[in-house]
Unconditional design. Structure first.
Length: 414
């Protein structure tokens, strides 16, 4: 009898629970339990603290007023070079073999790389009564040893930026997208350690001023004088951005001192370095835009990415005086979206150096590079593409060389 009573009690309990579940499902708002309400409040509160519309993808650093996000991308490239250009990882003007050089008759080759893969850490503060702060660090593996290298490392506090990032006159929006890592051959700029002030003057106008360290001094010393290129003063750059509904215009200029320090036995001299840049992007409807970038300067050729590292600022002549070089560069780009997931980009850049006769015979004097690609985006994170690259350079002794390359990629962004 006792076992029968227990069995009956269990059946009654199971029946009651089943009935409660059916009723609760049919009228959930009327029969929610206190435990359900607590759970819902906990989830709502957690979501409010964990998710930020101001900084998507970030999470809070608990116990602080900071939020952090990890980002970057993995990019795998396969390329075939038809003419044996000297740099396998990137298509550079200075890497195109010219007549008279041993590499001129190089045969084509295949190459695979993942060196462009990069990672970054972004930490920000949005407290209402405190100065807004951002700490950003990013690196990749784009060097000969495949070691991790620093690309960006800066602090943004209010209207100031302190650290290493793109120079004040690097107008990245003035380029169409390219697969090749050296895409910005005629882009004026690069990355530098700097102190920058930027102020939004109105809805459309932004003013920027920066003091920057010059990484490439670019003085050629064909007579082997004693001494070295040195920095006494930082570069001063000024910039204005003007934005409207369908485009943006960039205007910029910089000035610096270019200096050779001969020490006790060599000559010493300095000259003025200056440049002017105008660049921008214009959208045409929803599926097209074109870009442009023009630069003109004196003793500032090293600031054009195509000429960086080629001693393109000045030559120390036989009298021990600096002969500055005039530099000019143009770049045009266009993007067309064929379908929501398919787009093409074309970009062409050309640069000139007014090189003196005393320059080394195979130093880069002028040249151009073009890119044409087709990109398919599976979604906002994963894309594949193929690009045809062609280019030609002429050196100071009028030697000529041309090269062609095809490069494909698979890219996953996070």
């Amino acid at each position: 009898m006792k076992n029968y009573n227990v069995f009956s009690l269990l059946l009654s309990l199971l029946f009651s629970l089943g009935t409660y579940a059916q009723v609760k499902d049919s009228v959930p708002n009327q029969l929610s339990s206190p435990a359900d309400d607590i759970k819902e409040n906990i989830l709502k509160t957690a979501k409010e603290h964990l998710v930020s519309s101001k900084f998507p993808g970030s999470w809070p650093l608990f116990g602080t007023d900071l939020r952090m996000k990890i980002g970057g991308y993995l990019k795998a490239d396969y390329l075939y070079d038809f003419d044996g250009t000297n740099d396998k990882k990137q298509f550079l003007l200075s890497g195109i073999p010219v007549e008279g050089e041993p590499e001129f008759n190089n045969e084509g080759y295949t190459y695979f790389l993942v060196n462009e893969t990069r990672f970054n850490i972004d930490v920000r503060r949005f407290e209402t009564n405190k100065i807004p702060i951002q700490l950003f660090f990013e690196g990749d593996f784009f060097n000969d040893e495949n070691h991790f290298r620093v690309r960006h490392a800066y602090i943004a506090a209010g209207d100031f930026i302190i650290g290493q990032t793109w120079t004040t006159l690097s107008f990245l929006e003035s380029m169409a997208f390219m697969i090749d890592f050296a895409a910005g051959d005629a882009l004026f700029g690069g990355r530098s350690v700097q102190l920058r002030y930027q102020k939004q003057l109105s809805e459309k106008i932004k003013f920027i001023a920066g003091l920057e360290y010059q990484g490439f001094l670019g003085i050629e010393n064909p007579n082997n004088f004693d001494g070295q290129a040195s920095i006494k003063l930082p570069l001063l750059a000024l910039r204005m951005d003007y934005r409207w509904k369908t485009g943006v215009l960039f205007l910029g200029s910089s000035i610096a001192q270019l200096r050779w320090d001969g020490g006790a036995t060599g000559p010493s001299d300095d000259t003025l370095q200056w440049d002017f840049i105008i660049a921008g992007r214009q959208y045409i409807g929803e599926n097209n835009y074109f870009t442009y970038n023009f630069s003109y300067g004196n003793a500032s050729g090293e600031n054009i990415i195509a000429f960086a590292g080629s001693k393109a600022n000045a030559v120390l002549n036989t009298q021990g005086k600096l002969d500055p070089m005039l530099s000019k560069a143009i770049m045009f780009g266009f993007m067309h979206r064929w379908a929501p997931k398919i787009e093409s980009n074309i970009n062409y850049a050309y640069g000139w150096l007014g090189a003196p006769a005393s320059r080394a015979p195979f130093a880069l004097k002028r040249g151009g590079i073009g890119h044409l690609n087709l990109i398919y985006k599976f979604d906002e994170r994963f894309s594949i593409g193929a690009e045809y690259i062609w280019g030609a350079q002429r050196t100071s002794n009028d030697a000529y060389g041309a090269a062609n390359r095809i490069q494909t990629m698979a890219k996953f962004e996070f």
